[in-house]
Design a protein around this ligand. Structure first.
Ligand SMILES: Nc1ncnc2c1ncn2[C@@H]1O[C@H](COP(=O)(O)OP(=O)(O)OP(=O)(O)O)[C@@H](O)[C@H]1O
Ligand code: SF4
Ligand SMILES: [Mg+2]
Length: 342
């Protein structure tokens, strides 16, 4: 049987006055119901564009989109804008990175949930309002019966994030994408929100995608992890693959940049030198080569030939010219010992 969500070589390019922006340039992954995928990568690596692309939100806006997005047996890249719009809410929903931009300022939070709910459920306004109050209560908004009539700007940042989650979950979406759901929140609220999403996912058996630049956030929650660099998927595998058997030098850098409880937050074990690539003038060959400490090992190829995303073992995909045996030896002998330094 094919996976619930199957994304194959997705590309989303934006023609601009400065040139073609290759925001997403080869993203491949799959996700089953009841499972959680973490998407990680530095700022500007194409995480949000990928998720908006799955929801069909770039359609009809001049973007060049190719590849395949299969959701529950239906292909969405080739589907009409109207058709994909009809799937939003019940089939798939998103918790946006910026809740204010995703909520209408002139309507109360309750009205926005009620409206979304009634598109997919033939119920009276009163029934929908009761459902909205229920949902607000479940995401931890105090006095939901009163707050249902508040406007988005009357909520604090954390409350707005919760309201956004209530809105996204109000139709029990089969696929939920949460884009940096916790960055704006303090640590305690972050933990509460992540717990909440996990509970709701279990209850509804939905497929969940959590997008973050922080590997720590996805460590506990994710079954699988997709690592993005310069618009491309550079490594995809189970959470165990990524944390215990990572094979891409960029993933090693991300792991080395994770804060550790026993260290100063500013102390980085293996900092990634340099800055993320421009998506208009992506470096030729391997996009990571200007920053890769092992670029010499792949000789000219690093600068001239783009590595393909290839399976290294049981569903674990890596985009790097080094031979799998060489990558594994480097990880075991050079990288892992540094990360495990007490
Ligand atoms: N409509 C658009 N037109 C042109 N370029 C775009 C458009 N939308 C996004 N981009 C560019 O695509 C790149 C990837 O953006 P994206 O928002 O997906 O990054 P991200 O990984 O989500 O980063 P962050 O962690 O900061 O949220 C950025 O360089 C951005 O400027
Ligand atoms: S292909 Fe070469 S430059 Fe690119 S990540 Fe692998 S080793 Fe580094
Ligand atoms: Mg983003």
């Amino acid at each position: 049987m094919s996976p619930f969500l199957d994304v194959k070589d997705l590309k989303i390019h934006f023609p601009t006055d400065d040139g073609l922006v290759k925001s997403v340039d080869g993203v491949t992954f799959s996700l089953e119901r009841g499972k959680t995928l973490g998407i990680v990568g530095e700022s500007g690596s194409g995480k949000s564009v990928t998720s908006l692309g799955i929801l069909g939100l770039h359609k009809g806006r001049g973007a060049n989109i190719s590849g395949e997005i299969w959701l529950d047996g239906e292909e969405l890249v080739g589907a009409s804008q109207e058709h994909v719009r009809g799937l939003r809410g019940k089939k798939m929903a998103m918790i946006f990175q910026d809740p204010l931009s995703a909520m209408h300022p002139f309507y109360t939070v309750g009205d926005q949930i009620i409206e979304a709910y009634r598109i997919h459920n033939k119920v009276s306004k009163a029934v929908a309002k009761k459902h909205a109050i229920d949902m607000l209560g479940r995401v931890g908004i105090p006095e939901p019966g009163r707050r249902v009539d508040s406007y988005p700007h009357e909520f604090s940042g954390g409350m707005r994030q919760r309201a956004m989650i209530a809105m996204a979950l109000s139709c029990d979406p089969e696929l939920l994408i949460a884009d940096e759901p916790t960055t704006a929140l303090d640590v305690t609220v972050q933990a509460q929100i992540l717990d909440l999403m996990r509970d709701l996912q279990r209850e509804f058996d939905s497929a969940l995608i959590i997008i973050t630049h922080d590997l720590g956030v996805v460590a506990e929650l994710s079954d699988d992890i997709l690592v993005m660099y310069g618009g491309k998927c550079i490594e995809f595998g189970s959470a165990d693959d990524i944390f215990y058997r990572p094979e891409h030098p960029y993933t090693w850098g991300l792991l080395g940049s994770m804060p550790r409880l026993d260290r100063e937050p500013t102390e980085r074990l293996l900092p990634i030198k340099g800055s993320p690539p421009s998506l208009i003038n992506v470096p030729p060959g391997c996009a990571f080569h200007p920053r890769c400490p092992y670029a010499e090992r792949t000789g000219d190829k690093a600068r001239t030939e783009a590595p393909a995303l290839a399976e290294t073992e049981g569903g674990h995909l890596v985009r790097c010219h080094m031979a799998p045996a060489e990558r594994r030896a480097l990880w075991e002998n050079e990288i892992k010992p540094v990360l495990e330094t007490p």
